[in-house]
Ligand binder design. Sequence first.
Ligand code: PLP
Length: 223
Amino acid sequence: MSIAENIKKLIEELPQGVTMVAVTKTRSPEEVMEAYNAGLRVFGENRVQELISKKALLPEDITWHLIGHLQSNKVRQAVAAADMIESVDTLKLLRMIDAEASAQGRTIDCLLQVQIASEETKSGFSIREMEETRWNELAGSLKAVRICGLMGMATFTDDLLKVRTEFKNLADLFRHIRDYHFTGISHFREISMGMSGDWQVAVGEGSTMIRVGTIIFGERIKK
Ligand SMILES: *Cc1c(COP(=O)(O)O)cnc(C)c1O
């Protein structure tokens, strides 16, 4: 199937209100344009440099999400180019993004990445850190960052029961943090979870944002 056909099918299957972030890493600008012409406007890249170079070539009404680990020496460029940073994994990084966005005179939307998988390789706040941080005070001290919700990646496994449990843990944590720290803050509403292999499971557990590449564009060719 073509990129456009893949997208059409996905849009039909995706419940109303769930945002599809098309993950464009390693894809050519032409492939991204096919997705754009099929109606998608939200794209995700995991490297700052690749986001910047694609953004320069593509239409201006695209919303760009940074979804990969952000190094501190790339914060300036990330803040200048991205609309949302989904991969904020330390308080230090959050404060750096805030300082930089403030200096650039812009507001940037962020998600807090949570380590829900049993694999140690994935970065993110631990569930314990999430529970112990005083997010209400912290969010009040930020000038140019809006904390819009949480992001997580499940363990890479065929065991969908395990995946479901991990997504459920993230959704439970989201509700807890929202009710205790972000009461009445309407922009704290996103749970970004679900990739090509597990998005249906994620949506079943309350995902508001799926990040999918392979099921739109096909298998990535490893560099
Ligand atoms: C690559 C990537 C995705 C998309 O992966 P697919 O399996 O191709 O859908 C989603 N989220 C993150 C953080 C990624 O790096």
